[in-house]
Design a protein. Structure first.
Length: 257
């Protein structure tokens, strides 16, 4: 088993990935990001996995870029093809992804959390983009995804000041979906994942695609995509099973077909 990532399968259809660099507060080395990308690719092609949960530890989800790694590898640790390809693979994961965040989610750690479809935060969580403090700016999507999540003013404040926000503020401005006691963070994320894993894999994939495209498309094009994806879902065996189960007052047995 990897020393950088710990894998477990806590319930049917759900896989939990735990970042495992506690001595570095889960700093995102090139090796860790590359391995995480490989796991998401594997999960994308494994029909039995319907939802991923990504977490760190009590002290940190991740404090972002590994500065020592960048010092060692130079530009390749920031702009190297392997690293950039890995980030793209994670952002393109087609199934539901939930981040369970305790402690610090800073810089690349916050950017990684924002790749998730849902963020569940512990009350102790702190979020930030502190890159400005070392003379740079967010480079893994922070300037683009943060404004889409929280709006211009809040995003500018975080990015230009480097100040952190707490979990309550993150909930208020829309960065996270729920705030729970720290001991419940992973448990609650797994509960949500278990619920999601019972839904149609076809509908989940199509719904996620449509929602994410809303950030990129004009309304008319987004509505056209929504209708197209609905037509695909309507033609699926999962739709037939879902409607039959509804009429027969039983739980559906979705097969992802």
């Amino acid at each position: 088993m990897s020393i950088l990532l710990i894998l477990s399968d806590p319930s049917p259809g759900v896989q939990l990935i735990t970042l495992n660099r506690p001595e570095k507060l889960n700093a995102l080395s090139v090796a860790l990001v590359t391995e995480l990308a490989a796991l998401t690719k594997a999960a994308a092609s494994e029909a039995a996995i319907r939802c991923l949960v990504l977490t760190g530890n009590d002290r940190a989800f991740s404090t972002g870029a590994d500065i020592a790694d960048q010092q060692l590898h130079g530009d390749a640790a920031v702009f190297g093809a392997a690293r950039l390809d890995a980030w793209e693979a994670i952002q393109n994961f087609p199934k539901p992804l939930i981040a369970a965040v305790n402690g610090y989610a800073l810089g690349g750690g916050n950017e990684l959390a924002m790749l998730a479809d849902i963020i569940v935060a512990g009350e102790s969580a702190q979020f930030g983009q502190p890159e400005i403090n070392i003379g740079i700016l967010p480079g893994d999507g922070g300037t683009q995804r943060l404004i889409r999540a929280v709006g211009k003013s809040a995003a500018m404040k975080m990015i230009l000041s480097g100040e952190r926000i707490n979990a309550a503020t993150a909930l208020r401005i829309g960065l996270v979906a729920e705030v729970v006691p720290p001991a419940r963070t992973v448990t609650r994320a797994l509960e949500l994942a278990a619920i999601i894993s019972t839904k149609s894999p076809v509908a989940l994939r199509l719904a996620k695609e449509a929602v994410l495209k809303a950030f990129e498309l004009p309304l008319s094009a987004g509505l056209a995509l929504e209708r197209k994806n609905l037509a695909i879902a309507f033609a699926s065996e999962d739709r037939k099973e879902g409607m039959a189960a509804f009429l027969e007052r039983r739980q559906p047995r979705f097969r992802g077909e």
